[in-house]
Design a protein. Structure first.
Length: 340
């Protein structure tokens, strides 16, 4: 073989290094470029594979392998007006920001509805971020799988309904709904309604299932159900509908504090005393609960911890950590105040 042939013979590729080390190409790239977020075990495996394959990347190859953007995206699948007015999203954002503190990673907040996903995917395919957090998915949203096909690490906030195999972090919504129902039953209430969240979201489905389980334990009918989205206006409409259908209802579990604000407004307008005539339990334990009239008994989920855990899980994947849990369920607890 001539010297020219030796020069032309292709050497091992980054894909071969990744395969031998048992890691992703992006992890190999981070080791090559001496970047953070790689576990010691993964770094040793990559370096061993490089030595065994005699892989010697030059600066051009490093560029082709893809340098880190040192940025992640927080993608909220909602309209901007709802995001800005809902304490839930503010809490998630605080948690994400807190977990990124001191890590020299930028955060991009992106709002996108399903009809706008093509533009979003095109942007993310350009290498502007290293991974994405997806929050507030509705129905069988294909976005997680589309991003996965790009090779972009993704973690979903909330159990995704149509994306099996995608890592997610959620609160224990079923147990929260169950505890709310049990509490209302313990107060001696016998005509207990619920205002659910959207049925095309796992949070809405799971809280409803927990409420039904609680009423089933007490052998009470679970027929008083009205659906709302996460707005006070929808809560008011749903509460009015329930009162029209069942004037004798004496308790209601509302699937979010922001919905309960509207429900309380209608109860007051209809002359129903809370909790004497109708006991009310919300969900979230947001600032809205403690400032409601009367202060709202609610199921607490630690929204900021949810944001932190989402970010921890994504950064762990970007670092090539082994043994990361495919899903995480954070606890909820009942906070008793004056409304029930």
């Amino acid at each position: 073989m001539t010297e020219i042939d030796r020069q032309r013979r292709p050497g091992p590729r980054i894909e071969e290094v990744a395969r031998l080390a048992g890691v992703s190409k992006s992890t190999v790239s981070r080791v090559i470029n001496d970047e953070p977020y790689v576990s010691a075990k993964s770094r040793d495996a990559v370096q061993d594979a490089i030595t065994r394959l005699r892989y010697s990347p030059n600066q051009a190859a490093r560029t082709l392998a893809g340098n880190r953007a040192n940025a992640i995206a927080l993608i909220v699948s909602e309209q901007g007006s709802r995001v800005l007015g809902d304490p839930f999203f503010a809490g998630v954002l605080r948690g994400v920001h807190a977990e990124l503190a001191g890590r020299h990673v930028q955060l991009l907040l992106m709002l996108s509805r399903p009809q706008d996903h093509d533009d979003l995917v095109t942007y993310l395919a350009g290498g502007h971020v290293d991974g994405a957090l997806l929050v507030s998915l509705h129905g069988d949203d294909p976005l997680p799988h589309r991003l996965h096909e790009l090779g972009l690490p993704v973690v979903v906030g909330g159990r995704p309904l149509g994306s099996a195999g995608v890592p997610f972090v959620d609160s224990d919504n079923f147990t929260g709904g169950l505890e709310a129902a049990r509490h209302l039953v313990s107060l001696g209430r016998g005509r207990i309604a619920t205002v659910t969240g959207p049925r095309d979201m796992a949070a809405g489905q799971d809280r409803l299932s927990g409420w039904r389980r609680g009423l089933g334990e007490a052998r009470l009918p679970a027929d008083l159900v009205a659906e709302a989205d996460f707005t006070p206006e929808s809560g008011a409409t749903a509460m009015a509908d329930l009162l029209d259908r069942a004037p004798d209802l004496d308790a209601v579990f509302v699937a979010a504090d922001i919905i309960a604000v509207g429900a309380l407004r209608v109860l007051h307008a209809r002359g129903r005393r809370v909790p004497q005539d109708v006991a009310v339990v919300g969900f979230d334990d947001s600032l809205l609960a403690s400032t409601a009239t009367p202060p709202l008994t609610t199921v607490r989920q630690d929204v900021e911890q949810l944001g932190r855990t989402l970010t921890w899980r994504l950064l762990g994947e970007l670092a090539g950590e082994a043994g990361l849990p495919p899903s995480l369920l954070l606890p909820t607890s009942l906070v008793r105040r004056a409304s029930a």
